[in-house]
Design a binder for this molecule. Structure first.
Ligand code: ARG
Length: 409
């Protein structure tokens, strides 16, 4: 074996375990493994041992939880980050950070290559490749599973042949977890008609327990306290994952459009993410103007699409973040949520920056809204529509079925 080195993003799962062997056997490289902790609650000592058993020359365990929560999840909350309106982007957000950490180790260890265990069918390869080459376009990226065109079944066989130890869970499903959520794929979930079995969930419990209320306080778009208890965003997410999860909140069953052109069925559990995002969106509705809200929705969608599609490092993401941050200055206040039977419902909200005026909205007799103003307003507001309709009554219109006054023949 040469003394050339590759740094592998190592989770200890099936794909990355197979990668260690492949880099050694086929590329004749010494392998350094690095596990980046984004809150996946794995047994990191086990992973270290596993790396050693597989013959890696060094292993790094990098705690990136704080950075992940503050720089990635925090931004996503402010951007109401949901891909296709459903997926809170947990995996997608972690990939660029993992890539960055792997590249740091590669520079420090003088490695000639970096490697990841992504298949050629998923989004993660796109995110890793773009992030890694944005950081250093000269480094070689090796993706063994993609290179060998491996399927999961074959990987399991390859792993057994190479004495790679596998757990039962690893064999049944492909999962990816971090503090913001957990993705579960493969196995029987591939049939979009099959209901996800209870056994796949680890945070969401389907127990019917009495409703609970929760007050989430935001400071400039970031949640800072629950029920008047100040806590770090990290502690809050951990707390809400358990709390909302115990009410059965957080399951997402999504027919998702991948970057590489495939539609897939994805199951996620993300109790804290869904609870916080619902609260944040509602507070924005109270404090931002309708113009800000309309435009921000476009920006939020674009932001989520960029993150999903592997463009964390594109300058546009930073440009959008600047706009998003500017809108968050007034997103301070409290949201009251009711947790019950799988739903996190907003039932109240208040803010010193609220644009809601009860004196205007009320149907009671003390309303200060002058109804007489409405008549003239509507006349101007609808003027073009009224003219267009008048015109179409006078002019014959060509084409079929476009005009209600068209003569039928
Ligand atoms: N579909 C999700 C995404 O693209 C989740 C991917 C989960 N990854 C995994 N290796 N199971 O972000």
């Amino acid at each position: 074996m040469s003394n050339k080195k590759a740094v592998l993003a190592f989770s200890g799962g099936l794909d990355t375990s197979v990668c260690v062997k492949y880099l050694q056997n086929n590329h004749k490289l010494e392998v350094i493994t690095a596990t980046v902790d984004c809150g996946q609650k794995d047994d990191f000592e086990e992973i270290r041992k596993r790396s050693k058993i597989l013959g890696a020359i060094k292993h790094f365990n990098i705690d990136a939880k704080k950075e992940f929560v503050e720089n990635y999840v925090g931004r996503s909350i402010r951007a109401n980050g949901l891909y296709q309106g459903k997926y809170p982007l947990a995996t997608a957000l972690a990939r660029p950070l993992i890539a960055e950490k792997i590249m740091e180790v590669a520079a420090q260890e003088n490695a000639i290559a970096v490697a990841h265990g992504c298949t050629g069918k998923g989004n993660d390869q796109v995110r890793f490749d773009i992030a890694m080459s944005s950081i250093d376009p000269t480094i070689k990226i090796i993706a063994p599973i993609r290179e060998m065109n491996l399927t999961r079944d074959f990987e399991i066989k390859y792993a057994k042949k190479n004495n790679v130890p596998l757990s039962e869970e690893i064999k049944r499903y492909s999962t990816d977890t971090n503090i913001w959520g957990r993705a579960i794929e493969a196995g029987k979930l591939e049939d979009p008609w099959i209901e996800p079995p209870e056994e796949i969930f680890s945070l969401v419990k389907n127990r019917k327990i009495p409703a609970e209320y929760l007050e989430i306080e935001f400071d400039r778009g970031v949640p800072v306290a629950v029920d008047n208890r100040k806590m770090s965003l990290m502690n809050m997410i951990t707390y809400l994952n358990t709390k909302a999860g115990s009410h059965g909140i957080g399951v997402i069953d999504h027919i998702e459009d991948r970057v590489v052109g495939i539609k897939t069925r994805e199951i996620y559990e993300a109790p804290a993410a869904l609870t916080i995002l619902a609260a944040h969106k509602d507070l924005e509705q109270l404090v931002l103007t309708k113009h800000e809200l309309r435009f921000k929705q476009i920006v939020d969608d674009q932001w989520s699409w960029l993150i999903y599609s592997g463009f964390w490092f594109d300058p546009l993401r930073e440009d959008l973040d600047k706009f998003i941050e500017a809108t968050q200055i007034r997103v301070t206040g409290k949201v009251r949520m009711k947790l019950q039977n799988g739903s996190a419902k907003v039932v109240g909200r208040k803010s010193k920056n609220s644009l809601y005026r009860q004196s205007l909205a009320t149907y009671a007799s003390d309303s200060i809204f002058d109804q007489n103003l409405a008549k003239g307003f509507i006349e101007l507001w609808g003027m073009e529509t009224v003219i267009a309709n008048k015109l179409s009554k006078v002019l014959p219109v060509k084409g079929k079925g476009v005009n209600r006054n068209e003569k039928r023949v």
